[in-house]
Design a protein around this ligand. Structure first.
Ligand SMILES: [Zn+2]
Length: 461
């Protein structure tokens, strides 16, 4: 997803505000605003990140995605194919100086060298009024195509165990009622029966025990529930992209762990994942956030035994209420100071005195990472998100309080150091890894998307 101002918005807000109907409406609205005195001492919430013995990772993998829905026939625009492109750029920390050149601007010639370290995966999915292969409708088509794409994304072409689909299976095995060899769907996508709809990992063509129709591993994501025949399926594409971006990081981690049983901790302590957006899974697949927490915690137990950092993963949030708020208060924060965002602070300041809901913590159903606010040494501000250092969100462990204690994030200085190093002046508060990942994965809305339109036209009609 782009940075603010990365794509200029041609709509001028001035035109809208000057419209008499709009200005009359606005005159009746009450603006919620901050009193200067209540923000005066806000910098006191921030502190210098605690140092630890962990060193900065030598490698960064930055993951970013885009999606697009393309019409396949000029004279029949409501026939559409969906594209999701997710890319991963490997960046060597030592090469950073070369990329940034003398200033903090990214040198395009050096960036070109990174092409060879860039993986981009395109998921072509049937959308409005498109039937795939022998499927009955758009929903079935979407399900089948998604499952095939997950299977095709393999590290070793002839090893199905190395696929993204098997990484999904492994994550699903942490869900209630699932295990290493069997996952359980909440219901059959075809007949809706909720009883005993299970898929065995070895079954290449699993079927529903009630209606006998084909089931797919990726049905467990439940994105199919929002796929419809005759309307745009951008919601389903967006949900799918969100989960693929995060699952791809887990897939790389699983690949490293399974290929380097004896030395994976050394590789992982030298690697940090940059993800576009928060460490959270939204919508229908949301429950997978708890699987990611459990999987990362299992590996972190080994990392900690060997006195190594927890697995490094950072979600960069580029826009939103917290970003707006952080920009508002940035002059009151000392350079190099960080704040571990609490629910109380979020309710009071970011959400304008929102009343807290009892026993519910922010991101309860979606987040697997904690929000931090940081003003780096150059004075740029970042909202970033790092994995919770816990296996689950149980009340017994007082998760709501513990997640907001900065002392629990032993490697926080590694993250803030990276945000100092990767700062670049290309866009406001931009970071080199996210800029590069976006550059190589963006499906440009024009004229690049023309290629996708043409591609789908040639292939389908
Ligand atoms: Zn069924």
């Amino acid at each position: 997803m782009p940075y603010q101002n990365e794509l200029a918005d041609k709509t001028s807000h001035i035109d809208i505000v000057q419209n008499p109907d709009v200005s009359e409406f606005l005159s009746k609205c009450h603006k919620i605003d901050y009193q200067e005195e209540c923000l005066q001492s806000i910098g006191d919430f921030f502190s210098t990140p605690i140092d630890n013995h962990f060193h900065k990772p030598e490698n960064v993998i930055s993951i970013d995605g885009s999606y697009y829905e393309a019409s396949v026939r000029k004279n029949f625009p409501s026939k559409k194919v969906g594209f999701i492109k997710v890319g991963a750029v490997l960046l060597k920390h030592a090469s950073l100086t070369a990329i940034q050149g003398a200033s903090n601007f990214v040198d395009p010639f050096e960036v070109a060298n990174f092409k060879k370290n860039n993986d981009a995966y395109t998921f072509v999915l049937p959308s409005t009024n498109i039937i795939y292969d022998d499927c009955e409708d758009v929903q079935a088509s979407f399900r089948k195509a998604l499952d095939e794409r997950f299977d095709e994304l393999r590290d070793v072409a002839d090893n199905p165990n190395s696929s993204l689909r098997n990484t999904l299976f492994k994550m699903a095995s942490y869900l209630d009622g699932c295990n290493d060899s069997q996952i359980r769907l909440s219901k059959c996508p075809c007949c809706g029966d909720e009883n005993n709809v299970v898929i065995n990992i070895d079954d290449m063509e699993p079927k529903c025990p009630h209606c006998g129709k084909r089931l797919f591993f990726t049905d467990i994501l439940r994105v199919w529930e929002i796929v419809e025949d005759n309307v745009s399926n951008q919601g389903a594409l967006s949900r799918t992209m969100n989960v693929i971006e995060r699952l791809l990081a887990i897939h790389y981690i699983r690949t490293i762990v399974e290929n380097q049983r004896d030395s994976f901790t050394t590789t992982l302590e030298n690697l940090c994942f940059f993800i576009d957006g928060p460490l959270a899974i939204f919508g229908e697949p949301a429950k997978f956030h708890s699987c990611f927490m459990k999987y990362l915690d299992e590996l972190n137990q080994t990392m900690r035994q060997q006195k190594k950092t927890d697995i490094l993963m950072i979600g960069i949030q580029k826009t939103g209420l917290i970003n707006d708020f952080l920009n508002l208060i940035k002059d009151k924060i000392n350079c190099g100071d960080v704040f571990c965002l609490t629910d109380d602070f979020r309710n009071k300041y970011v959400n304008y005195n929102k009343r807290p809901v009892a026993n519910v913590t922010f991101g309860n159903e979606t987040y697997f990472g904690q929000d931090f606010l940081y003003k780096n040494k150059k004075g740029n501000v970042f909202v970033f998100n790092v994995p919770y250092p816990f296996a689950d969100k149980s009340k017994e462990k007082n998760f709501k309080t513990e997640k907001s204690r900065i002392e629990n994030y032993k490697n926080i200085k590694v993250y803030t150091d990276l945000l100092d190093d990767f700062d670049c002046d290309l866009y406001e508060n931009a970071l080199v890894p996210t800029v590069l990942a976006h550059k190589y994965t963006a499906i440009s809305l024009a004229p690049g998307s023309k290629v996708l339109d043409l591609l789908s036209k040639n292939k389908i009609l």
